[in-house]
Design a protein around this ligand. Structure first.
Ligand SMILES: Nc1nc2c(ncn2[C@@H]2O[C@H](COP(=O)(O)OP(=O)(O)OP(=O)(O)O)[C@@H](O)[C@H]2O)c(=O)[nH]1
Ligand SMILES: [Mg+2]
Length: 329
């Protein structure tokens, strides 16, 4: 019986190796902002804006859960067969490398592992079209921008209060008529730097947007997502709105633009177990996670909300979502 066991082990190792290789190549091919001309970023994003792409931009500290939130969305979009729409990933420039990252995110999820930290100075630009099966509903072209929390946190007054030129370039490019980006303000249930630091980061980001890109601010839509909601004890009776009100008052009381739409939602990628793993090269242990079960309800609700926000149309027959999940505030 020893031989088949070994074969199985070899297969598992080969699969893991393939996953790691995909991910490594995706890391090295992420858009490197330091080496990218600001003009080129503005040009590429302006083209997308003119072609009516809907931008979705997660904002949050390092380790808030931005990349895993996107991984969860893309995994669902790729793998769920019960949904009433199809995801068509964009593979051509400027999405070529972002598509590799998207694949890596999905492979990592399949292997129950987490996508590693987004390196400072890099970003993933991921494009896809959401194609509803119902022919009466329009297709939706989407661009997701995954930034590094390390770069975003520079907006905090005590960390300099200014973004890099390249990220500034992104906001300039989005500051066009008819562009109504959706910012996902990502804040974890149990932040490692504490609730006050989280509150300040989002407050400073909103102040920055309001002051320096006022038109963009007034056109933007905001979804406030409390991620890692699985860390909330099941016995604890708490709604996401109560949580925001108590722990992130700056978000609760923020004066968004007149047209701004704002929603609160909790999110969890699934059942996550924190574990350590050994680095094969260095032999050192490092913190890691095992995604024990993948949640499908949170991404399903989020995709529906996103489509509704962007198109004003519902992917599901009316009433169905409300009945099943209690709606999306
Ligand atoms: N329990 C639990 N942990 C999560 C969840 N989402 C993220 N995490 C944890 O948070 C860590 C960081 O998640 P990422 O998605 O990489 O964070 P990020 O915001 O992209 O961080 P940067 O790339 O540094 O900006 C993960 O390794 C997990 O330990 C979740 O839904 N549940
Ligand atoms: Mg990340």
């Amino acid at each position: 019986m020893a031989v088949p066991y070994k074969e199985e082990e070899v297969k598992v190792k080969a699969k893991e190796k393939a996953v790691i290789e995909t991910v490594n190549s995706a890391y090295s091919s992420r858009m490197n902002l330091a080496k990218t001309d600001q003009r080129k970023i503005i040009e590429a994003l302006s083209d997308l804006a003119q072609n009516r792409y809907q931008f979705v931009i997660p904002i949050g500290f390092p380790a808030a859960g931005k990349s895993l939130f996107l991984s969860s969305l893309f995994h669902y979009a790729d793998r769920d067969i019960a949904k009433k729409w199809n995801a068509d990933p964009k593979t051509e420039d400027p999405f070529y490398y972002g598509n590799m990252s998207r694949n890596a995110m999905i492979n990592f999820f399949d292997a129950k592992r987490a996508y590693a930290q987004t390196k400072s100075g890099t970003l993933d630009l991921i494009g896809m079209t959401l194609e509803p099966m119902n022919r009466n509903l329009p297709d939706l072209d989407l661009t997701f921008i995954d930034l590094a929390g390390e770069d975003i946190q520079r907006i905090k007054t005590d960390k300099g209060g200014a973004l890099s030129k390249a990220i500034e370039g992104i906001f300039h490019a989005l500051n066009q008529k008819n562009v109504e980006p959706i910012f996902c303000l990502i804040t974890p249930y149990k932040p490692s730097d504490g609730d006050n630091a989280e509150n300040d980061l989002h407050k400073d980001f909103l102040s920055y947007l309001k002051e320096y890109h006022a038109d963009l601010y007034s056109r933007s839509k905001f979804i406030i997502l409390v991620t890692q909601w699985d860390k909330k004890p099941e016995t604890k009776n708490l709604t996401v709105e109560e949580y925001i009100q108590n722990k992130r008052p700056a978000l609760y009381t923020a004066q968004f633009g007149k047209k701004a739409k704002i929603f609160y939602r909790e999110y969890s990628i699934g059942r996550v177990i924190e574990a350590e793993e050994i680095d094969e090269k260095t032999g050192e242990t490092r913190p890691s996670i095992l995604i024990n079960s993948i949640d499908t309800e949170y991404p399903a609700i989020f995709w529906n909300k996103l489509y509704l926000l962007a198109t004003g149309r519902s992917l599901e027959p009316l009433g169905c979502w409300g009945k099943l999940f209690g709606g999306f505030r």
